[in-house]
Design a protein around this ligand. Structure first.
Ligand SMILES: [Zn+2]
Length: 610
C-alpha cells in the first residue's frame, strides 16, 4: 500500500490558480462531510436525500478524497439506508461510483491508507460505519446524562457526538487525553463546559479506583504478613521442638497417603501421590508449605541456639524500648528500629550476626524484608570501624591471653607451687581447647583408648613414650558430634623443655599418679579461672578479673595469626568448621584478620560456658 499512497501525494508544482481551485474543492468536500456527520449524529435522516445529491455534484480528486475521508461516508451503505428511501441510497451509490472511477477502479484511498490511523480528519465517524457509530453516541449520551442529570439534552448530545467522532467509546477512555486537546472539540460553551466537567469526574473516579486498588493490595499484603512474636519463634527453634514439628508433618503426609516424600518418592511419583491426596480432600499445599518452612529452618539448624538468642535479644529490645506489642515483634516496623537496636551493641560482629538471624527469621516466617536497608549495613560497618578506633580489634570487655602472658603465668604458677596448673594451661592453650567443656574434664587414657574410646568415657589423653607426642581423643566436640583426635608433638627441641606441652602433662601425670579413665585436673572451671585471674593480677595485668576461659581459645588463634600462620592452619588447629565460618563472614571481612575475628566473635556469641 505504501507505493499506492505515495502516488496520491500532491505535486509541489501546483500553480496558484490550480491550488485555489483545489482548496475550494476541499472546502466544499469538508463542508459536505461535516453536514453528513451532523445529520447522522443527530439522526436528521430527512436531510440525507439532499446531502446525497450534493455529493453527486461535488467535484473531487485524489487529494480531496484523501484529505477529507468523505469517500468513506459515501460508500457506507448503512448510512444512506437510514433515509429509508431507495432513491437516496442510489444517489449516494452513484456518487461513490463516480469517485471510484476517478481512481480507475481502485479502492477509494480513504478506505485503506495509513492516514486512517489518525484520529484527525479522514475518519469521519470516528472510524466507524454509521450504525456502530450511532450506538457509541447513544451509549455516551446516556452515560453523560446519568453523570450530569442537570445538563441540557443538547449539551449532553454535543459531548457524546464530539467524543464518538474522535473514536472514543467510553468517557473513561478520555483519561489520558490532555485538557488542552479536549478544549478544542466543542465550540458551544455549554457543551465545552460539560465535557470539561465530565473528564474531570472521570479522572477523579480513576484516581479513587486506583487508590482503592492500592488499599486492597496493601490489605492483602498485611494479611499475608501477620506480625509474629520473636520470642515465641525463638522458643520453637529448639532441637526437640523442630524434631517434633518434623515428625508431625511427616505423620500428616502419611495420613494423607503420601509415604516416602523426601526419601523414596521420585518427583513424578510424589506429584501423583500428592494429587491423589488432594482429591481425597487433604490440604496438600498447606502441608507442602509447612515442609518448605522446615527445610528453610534447616539452613540454620546448627546455629538454632544462636538464632534463638538473637531473636530473644531483639524481642526484649523491641518491647522494652520501642513499645512493640509482645505478640508482634516480628518483623521490625522499620529500618530505623533495627538501627536503634544495632546501636546498643558493643560488639558489631555479634550485631551483624544477630541482624542476619533477624533477616533469616523474617524470611522463614514469610514476613517480608521491607525493614531491611542500607542504613543497617552502614551502621554495622561504621560500628566495627568505631570499635577498632576506640578499643582495638577486640570488644572492650574481652581480654585475650598471649604467648608471653601464658609463659609468665606458667612460670608464676610453678614458683607458687600450684601443682598441675602449668600443664593444665599449656594443654588448654596448645590444643585451643574449650576449657570448661574439653580441658577441665579431660581424662587420662591408654594407647588403646586413643584409638577406640571406651563407652562412657569423656576423653583420653595419651603420651607416646618414644616420640613424646601427646594425643587427645574427645568423644564429642562442638560441631564434631563424632568426636575428635588431636596430636601435638614434643617441642623440647624447638622451644625448650620448659615450654613443651606434652612433657609438662607427662610430668604432671606422674606427679599426680594419674590412672586411666580418671580426670587429669583437680579443679572445676570456675576454680581454675580464679587461679588464672589471681596470677594475672599478681603479674599486674590490667583488668585481670575480666579474663575468662575464652581468653585461651581465641587468644591462641589470635597469637597464631600474629605468628604468621595461615588462616586455614588456624581453623584446623582450633577445629573450626570453615563452612560455619564462611556462613558468618560478611562482605567487609575480606582480609584474614577480619575473617578470624569474625570466627572468634561468632563463637563468643554462642552459648558456650565460660
Ligand atoms: Zn618435650
Amino acid at each position: 500500500m505504501a507505493s499506492g499512497s505515495s502516488r496520491f501525494r500532491v505535486p509541489n508544482s501546483r500553480s496558484p490558480k490550480r491550488r485555489a481551485q483545489e482548496d475550494d474543492r476541499e472546502g466544499r468536500a469538508l463542508k459536505l462531510r461535516e453536514d453528513i456527520v451532523q445529520a447522522v449524529a443527530w439522526r436528521r435522516v430527512d436531510q440525507l436525500g439532499l446531502l446525497a445529491k450534493r455529493a453527486l455534484r461535488l467535484q473531487v480528486d485524489r487529494h480531496v478524497l484523501e484529505a477529507t475521508g468523505i469517500g468513506m461516508l459515501l460508500s457506507d451503505t448503512s448510512l444512506w439506508a437510514m433515509a429509508n428511501d431507495p432513491q437516496v441510497a442510489a444517489t449516494a451509490a452513484a456518487a461513490a461510483e463516480s469517485w471510484r472511477r476517478e481512481f480507475r477502479g481502485r479502492h477509494l484511498p480513504v478506505e485503506a491508507t495509513v492516514r486512517l490511523q489518525s484520529r484527525e480528519v479522514p475518519r469521519p465517524l470516528g472510524g466507524k460505519k454509521a450504525g456502530p457509530f450511532l450506538k457509541v453516541v447513544e451509549a455516551l449520551d446516556s452515560r453523560a446524562g446519568d453523570m450530569e442529570p442537570t445538563a441540557t439534552p443538547m449539551a449532553v448530545r454535543t459531548v457524546a457526538v464530539a467524543v464518538a467522532l474522535r473514536g472514543f467509546e467510553k468517557l473513561e477512555d478520555l483519561e489520558g487525553v490532555a485538557q488542552e486537546e479536549t478544549a478544542t472539540w466543542i465550540s458551544s460553551p455549554a457543551g465545552a463546559a460539560l465535557l470539561r466537567k465530565l473528564t474531570h469526574r472521570v479522572w477523579l473516579g480513576s484516581v479513587r479506583r486506583r487508590a482503592q486498588e492500592r488499599a486492597a493490595t496493601a490489605a492483602e499484603e498485611a494479611l499475608q504478613t501477620q506480625p509474629a512474636c520473636a520470642e515465641a519463634f525463638a522458643a520453637s527453634l529448639s532441637e526437640e521442638q523442630q524434631g517434633a514439628a518434623e515428625r508431625a508433618v511427616a505423620n500428616q503426609f502419611e495420613e494423607a497417603g503420601v509415604v516416602g516424600l523426601g526419601s523414596s518418592l521420585r518427583p513424578h511419583a510424589a506429584t501423583a501421590a500428592l494429587e491423589a491426596a488432594r482429591d481425597q480432600g487433604h490440604d496438600v499445599l498447606q502441608l507442602l508449605d509447612r515442609r518448605g518452612a522446615q527445610l528453610q529452618l534447616e539452613t540454620r539448624r546448627r546455629s538454632l541456639g544462636s538464632a534463638a538468642s538473637a531473636l530473644r535479644a531483639w524481642h526484649g529490645f523491641a518491647v522494652a524500648m520501642l513499645g512493640y506489642e509482645a505478640a508482634r515483634t516480628l518483623p521490625p516496623r522499620s529500618e530505623q528500629d533495627v538501627v536503634r537496636w544495632v546501636s546498643t551493641f558493643r560488639n558489631f560482629g555479634t550485631a551483624a550476626n544477630y541482624v542476619g538471624f533477624l533477616r533469616w527469621a523474617a524470611r522463614a516466617l514469610d514476613l517480608g524484608l521491607e525493614w531491611d536497608g542500607q542504613r543497617i549495613g552502614m551502621t554495622l560497618k561504621g560500628g566495627k570501624k568505631w570499635a577498632l578506633r576506640n578499643v582495638g580489634s577486640e570488644a572492650p570487655a574481652r581480654r585475650l591471653l598471649t604467648e608471653d602472658l601464658v609463659l609468665s603465668v606458667t612460670h608464676l604458677s610453678e614458683s607458687l607451687e600450684i601443682a598441675g596448673f602449668k600443664a593444665f594451661l599449656l594443654f588448654s592453650w596448645e590444643l585451643l581447647a574449650r576449657v570448661a567443656d574439653e580441658a577441665v574434664p579431660a581424662q587420662w587414657g591408654s594407647a588403646e583408648d586413643v584409638l577406640h574410646l571406651p563407652a562412657g568415657r569423656h576423653s583420653a589423653v595419651y603420651i607416646d613414650q618414644g616420640t613424646g607426642s601427646l594425643t587427645v581423643h574427645w568423644r564429642t566436640r562442638k560441631h564434631r558430634p563424632n568426636g575428635s583426635v588431636l596430636r601435638r608433638p614434643c617441642t623440647c627441641q624447638s622451644k625448650g623443655r620448659d615450654r613443651c606441652m606434652p612433657h609438662a602433662v607427662a610430668k604432671w601425670a606422674v606427679q599426680s599418679g594419674a590412672c586411666v579413665g580418671q580426670r587429669l585436673w583437680p579443679w572445676a572451671p570456675a576454680a581454675a579461672r580464679k587461679i588464672l585471674t589471681r596470677m594475672l593480677a599478681l603479674l599486674a595485668v590490667p583488668d585481670a578479673d575480666r579474663f575468662t576461659w575464652k581468653a585461651v581459645r581465641a587468644g591462641k588463634a589470635t597469637a597464631m595469626a600474629a605468628g604468621g600462620y595461615r588462616l586455614q592452619e588456624i581453623l584446623m588447629a582450633g577445629e573450626w568448621r570453615s563452612r560455619a565460618l564462611f556462613a558468618y563472614v560478611d562482605s567487609d571481612a575480606a582480609d584474614h584478620a577480619e575473617l578470624l575475628r569474625q570466627t572468634l566473635v561468632h563463637e563468643s556469641s554462642d552459648s558456650e560456658a565460660e
